[in-house]
Design a protein around this ligand. Structure first.
Ligand SMILES: *[C@@H]1O[C@H](CO)[C@@H](O)[C@H](O)[C@H]1NC(C)=O
Ligand SMILES: *[C@@H]1O[C@H](CO)[C@@H](O)[C@H](O)[C@H]1NC(C)=O
Ligand SMILES: *[C@@H]1O[C@H](CO)[C@@H](O)[C@H](O)[C@H]1NC(C)=O
Ligand SMILES: CC(=O)N[C@H]1CO[C@H](CO)[C@@H](O)[C@@H]1O
Length: 401
């Protein structure tokens, strides 16, 4: 089976605040015992994680379901904004959070991430993410994406060793000691980390921190833009681009002569183009017929991808793609809550697997940045030249993981 990943560059962060600092300490003791059992289980998991790839293949369909569900939720929540996010980043961050969540909070996280717990076990989920991170971070020539997790922990916060061990071994998370009583310095520390890890692409992305914060969980997916090298500067031309809402703007278009796969889907009223992105990945552009963007967004399902894969035609052609630099910042909270993650963000949240106490609350922060990737472009000419100049949906697929 072929693994599919939906990757977009994104930084995703969860900020934790402490409350109810006066809960009894014996909860702590109990958890430590149960957790040492967990720990044994997870260490075994970690060993297996690097030896076979079946767990990764097992989580892929659920991750794809989550990607489509979240996209649909977000497109119905935001009317005329570009939507640009990395579902794999959000899944990874929340799966990591689920390690520290208990009871209903935990079940809600798994369900919202589209995992059906009667089909896949909790252990398999974490093993799958472990393999995913491992595979993406293997050193290789044509690096497509790198994924990273980090925890910034307040010096005063007592985190259960089990949780730390799990996030380090399963999610390769780096941990840093931070003093959130100095919020400006703490924010600087997170920003420096991101800037370093993303080859200076993510600069000053963290929002303002407060002294009530005790932990920051960061996930980033760094996505290398191969097109930047392939598009010939002499062939870059300024053209009109019709943006969402019928406004015409001038944009630089990059030209590439390449083999593409394309088709027109009559049922969905859209064209689909597949363009090689790197040796391991292809980019798909879904171009709704005029005025059909909302319809396509509403009806698009994961199964369409397989349908298209079987009916592509193949042709060498010139492709014009608008050159974009895009930054976005989202509040996913509403969308995730509507997908079933109700308790995580409210007072009922149970993250006692992190500290042994029910004293943590979550808020989230995220932002994304991309260059060279078009987001919502419009006219699709059926002649020799393909021009992406109107609203489009795009996704990047990495093959053969
Ligand atoms: C979960 O999986 C079971 C067994 O395959 C299935 O019967 C059930 O409908 C699934 N639940 C959801 C919400 O998809
Ligand atoms: C991050 O910092 C380390 C040293 O602190 C350096 O070796 C590494 O090259 C940096 N990485 C990036 C992508 O800048
Ligand atoms: C966009 O502009 C074209 C031509 O100017 C017009 O026919 C069309 O109705 C407009 N679409 C919208 C959604 O305003
Ligand atoms: C409560 C509980 O399950 N405690 C167990 C924790 O793990 C040790 C062995 O590692 C067991 O002996 C405890 O019973």
């Amino acid at each position: 089976m072929k693994a599919m990943l939906y990757l977009f560059l994104l930084l995703f962060g969860l900020l934790f605040r402490c409350y109810h600092l006066s809960e009894p300490d014996d909860v702590h003791g109990n958890d430590r015992n149960t957790n040492s059992t967990n720990q044994q289980q997870h260490s075994t998991l970690e060993r297996e994680c690097n030896t076979e790839v079946s767990a990764l293949h097992k989580i892929v369909p659920y991750n794809a379901d989550f990607a489509f569900r979240l996209y649909k939720q977000m497109s119905s929540d935001s009317d005329d904004k570009n939507i640009f996010f990395s579902p794999v980043s959000i899944s990874t961050a929340f799966a990591m959070l689920a390690l520290g969540a208990k009871s209903q909070t935990q079940t809600q996280i798994y369900n919202a991430l589209a995992f059906n717990l009667s089909e896949i076990e909790e252990n398999e989920i974490h093993k799958g993410f472990c393999q995913l991170i491992h595979k993406l971070n293997l050193p290789r020539e044509e690096m497509l994406a790198k994924i990273g997790n980090a925890l910034f922990l307040d010096e005063s916060l007592k985190v259960l060793p089990t949780f730390l061990e799990d996030v380090k071994t399963l999610y390769q998370a780096e941990t840093f000691s931070t003093n959130f009583l100095k919020p400006i310095e703490a924010k600087q520390q997170v920003n420096d980390y991101l800037k370093n890890r993303t080859y200076r692409e993510m600069v000053n992305k963290a929002r303002d921190f407060s002294i009530h914060m005790v932990m920051v969980l960061v996930n980033y997916v760094f996505f290398k833009d191969f097109w930047r090298e392939k598009f010939h500067p002499l062939l870059t031309t300024e053209k009109h681009f019709i943006a969402y809402g019928n406004t015409t703007i001038k944009k630089n278009f990059m030209c590439q002569r390449t083999w593409i796969k394309f088709l027109h889907d009559e049922d969905l009223s859209c064209s689909v183009v597949e363009i090689p992105y790197s040796r391991n990945a292809v980019a798909w552009f879904i171009l709704p017929d005029e005025g059909k963007l909302k319809d396509v967004e509403r009806s698009l399902v994961k199964e369409d991808i397989n349908k298209w894969r079987a009916s592509f035609q193949y042709r060498k052609t010139d492709v014009w793609i608008p050159k974009f630099s895009l930054s976005a910042s989202y509040d996913f909270k509403g969308s995730l809550q509507r997908l079933g993650m109700a308790d995580v963000f409210n007072d009922h949240t149970d993250l006692s697997g992190i500290t042994g106490k029910r004293n943590l609350r979550v808020s989230q922060d995220s932002s994304a940045k991309s260059e060279g990737l078009p987001t919502h472009p419009q006219t699709w000419n059926y002649d020799k030249t393909k021009m992406l100049s109107s609203p489009i949906l795009s996704l990047i697929e990495e093959c053969g993981l």
